[in-house]
Design a protein around this ligand. Structure first.
Ligand code: NAD
Length: 261
């Protein structure tokens, strides 16, 4: 139980990668605050299951990652409830696929807000406590799209490249305070986010579902396999361990070889 007595806030953790990271950190003994949208009863069931499965405390924040005041409030409430926020996982993210000239303005703003600016607001709110306790871990779920681009994903690629820059800047500012800041950059992970973008990609490229999966999604991934949420979660846990105390400012790929090409 390497993280007993720590508290972790994981944004966008009502499903997919975030939920797997929240459960893995709870498995190491950390108290958890989950966050995100979804069916209230389903979220409450996941929250209660984390407490039951791992014997930790688990709270839920419904903070909207497009709203800076709600993000700051989520960090403050977690500090009040559990005494500290030691681990911050900036994971909330959405996707929208469209040619750049048709890209809806509100989708651009929403993706930049959720996938990039929310991490700034959460880091800004959590850093004073981490610095004062001389220990902290910031883990940002970036993407292979923080390193390379794909067509039709202008907002997402822009936000993820920005998140990688923010992560490195925080690493430098916090290097002498026992606080690390790193990115995990997965390739395609099988989650609702990937599943949901298939219809738009079918439309944008005039392909069948099978063609999108094999020729578009896994075309980029030399292993021809999806990354699993548990693999991403294991890396997040390792970044929070003492073994990783000298790993900061890194952008660690877990993409089946995608960005090696
Ligand atoms: P997902 O759709 O399963 O989960 C996204 C989470 O974000 C959900 O909990 C959702 O409720 C939450 N969310 C969305 N909008 C929000 C808002 N305004 N405020 C608060 N929470 C909000 O997606 P996922 O695949 O698990 O993605 C998680 C992260 O991983 C994202 O940042 C995504 O860009 C990144 N990522 C995913 C893949 C992949 O292939 N799935 C690959 C690389 C990176």
């Amino acid at each position: 139980m390497s993280l007993a007595s720590r508290t972790a806030v994981v944004t966008g953790s009502t499903s997919g990668i975030g939920l797997a990271i929240a459960r893995a950190l709870a498995g190491e003994g950390a108290n958890i605050v989950i966050n995100g949208f979804g069916d209230a009863a389903a979220i409450e069931a996941e929250r209660a299951k984390i407490e039951a499965d791992f014997g930790v405390k688990c709270g839920y924040s419904g903070a909207d990652m497009t709203k800076p005041a709600e993000i700051a409030g989520m960090i403050k409430d977690a500090e009040t409830a559990y005494g500290s926020v030691d681990i911050l996982v900036n994971n909330a993210g959405i996707q929208f696929v469209s040619p750049i000239e048709d890209f809806p303005l509100e989708k651009w703003d929403q993706i930049i807000a959720i996938n990039l600016s929310s991490a700034f607001h959460a880091i800004r709110a959590a850093v004073p406590g981490m610095k004062s306790r001389k220990w902290g871990r910031i883990v940002n779920t970036a993407s292979a799209h923080s390193l390379v681009a794909s067509p039709f994903k202008s907002a997402y690629v822009t936000a993820k490249h920005g998140l990688a820059g923010l992560s490195k800047t925080a690493a430098l500012e916090l290097a002498q305070f026992g606080v690390t800041s790193n990115c995990i950059s997965p390739g395609y992970v099988w989650t609702p986010l990937v599943e949901k973008q298939i219809p738009d990609t079918m439309k944008a490229r005039n392909l069948t579902k099978e063609q999108v999966i094999h020729d578009v999604l896994l075309a980029a991934q030399p292993t021809k396999q999806f990354v699993t949420v548990d693999q991403v979660a294991s890396l997040a846990v390792w970044l929070c361990s003492d073994a990783a105390s000298q790993v900061t400012g890194a952008n660690i790929s877990m993409d089946g070889g995608w960005t090696a090409e």
